[in-house]
Design a protein around this ligand. Structure first.
Ligand SMILES: [Mn+2]
Length: 378
């Protein structure tokens, strides 16, 4: 059995057999950023589940529209390494179809997130494996593994190896688990926790000739390759949306896009800061957001660096400033140098504001709970 054969058989015989049957359909899906970790966690979970018990099927779903996969060049590269092609995968539009045709209902396993699924018809969460802050939901789910790790894929692997007992039958999917691990931890250099080391020790034993260092470099190169992408492509390439509520009953919708280039690079690449802002404003309107946040990260001569930019809708501008004031200390936000913004042809009505984020350890995973807490006190 290989991962490819599993996916082929799923498509041609298993899924047609269960779809529309009187028993529940079980799916596993990662978070809406559909980054390497979410994709690897979902696919490996489904495969290991099958290796463990071929009578219990779980369908892996990639939590984006099919047309968005080509924006993720690192994922295409990792999938290609184990001969997985896009036609063997399932996306949001496939899930919508399942919800419509499968009246018996759908059971869901969440990997790489632990909040409420947005789609109706998949409210029954039966399993959770995640490394984000525990929201305390689905206390009866089994498995329910939520703990900090560099990569959620490590928790998925460790969970299943405990049941399968031995990596031999899991070996075929290890390059995919390893892709998520090396991307999330820069080949064990950052944010590594015990479960990552545990999983990695087995990966290295199973694939002794595999050059992890080179694999990490190859993947990062593709992840950072945004040649030919529009600003709109970049905004949706690594995007998550949240709804926060405060005690007054106000609700805000906040979208956060992560990008792998500096703001200055983006302004130059797309013509000017004004053009970049304009595209962001269009995206904010398209998604009906109260505020769009852009988080950048990159490594340059000064080391690893982050920036944060906000673009609130005009009527939220004053509150957005208060929110930022609440985050300033935790994220060590600093206003960008004056000459930097003065050089742009900034429209005086613009609500755009950007900051250097000196707390470089805080990725979106940390920023979201900070934002949530700051809004609660607003
Ligand atoms: Mn993750």
């Amino acid at each position: 059995m290989s991962l490819r054969i599993f996916l082929e058989q799923l498509k041609t015989s298993h899924l047609p057999r269960v779809l529309g049957s009187p028993s529940k359909l079980k799916i596993v899906y990662g978070n809406e950023s559909a980054d390497m970790d979410s994709v690897a966690s979902a696919i490996t979970y489904a495969y290991f589940n099958y290796v463990y018990d071929p009578t219990q099927l779980v369908i892996p779903i990639i939590n984006i529209p099919r047309c968005d996969l080509p924006l993720r060049r690192d994922i295409l590269f990792a999938l290609d390494k184990i001969s997985i092609t896009e036609d063997l995968l399932y996306f949001n539009e496939d899930l919508n179809k399942f919800i419509q045709v499968h009246e018996a209902g759908i059971e869901t396993v969440l990997v790489d997130h632990n909040d409420l699924p947005k789609l109706d018809g998949i409210r029954t969460v039966v399993g959770v494996i995640d490394h984000h802050a525990d929201l305390g939901l689905y206390k009866d789910a089994s498995p329910r593994v939520i703990r900090p790790t560099g990569s959620c894929s490590s928790l998925v692997f460790n969970y299943w190896i405990g049941l399968i007992k031995g990596w031999v039958r899991m070996k075929d999917a290890i390059p995919l688990s390893m892709a998520a691990l090396v991307i999330d931890t820069t080949n064990l250099k950052h944010r590594v926790e015990e479960p990552d080391l545990e999983a990695c020790a087995i990966y290295d034993k199973a694939l002794p000739d595999f050059d992890r260092h080179q694999y990490c470099k190859d993947l990062k190169k593709r992840k950072n390759d945004i040649k030919g992408f529009t600003v709109h492509d970049l905004l949706r390439k690594d995007y998550k949306q949240f709804q926060f509520a405060n005690s007054n009953g106000d609700e805000i919708d906040v979208g956060i896009s992560s990008m792998v280039k500096s703001l200055q690079w983006l302004y130059e690449e797309y013509g000017s800061q004004a053009i970049f802002e304009d595209e962001c404003a269009k995206y904010r309107e398209e998604h009906q957001l109260t505020m769009l946040v852009v988080m950048t990260s990159r490594t340059d001569d000064a080391g690893f660096r982050r920036e944060l930019a906000i673009l609130p809708e005009p009527k939220f501008q004053a509150d957005a400033q208060k929110l930022i004031a609440g985050l300033r200390e935790q994220l060590q936000l600093q206003d960008v140098a004056a000459d930097f913004s003065a050089s742009s042809t900034k429209d005086s009505n613009s609500t755009y504001k950007s900051y250097d984020q000196l707390n470089v350890a805080a990725s979106r995973k940390q920023v979201v709970p900070y934002l949530k807490a700051a809004f609660e006190t607003l």
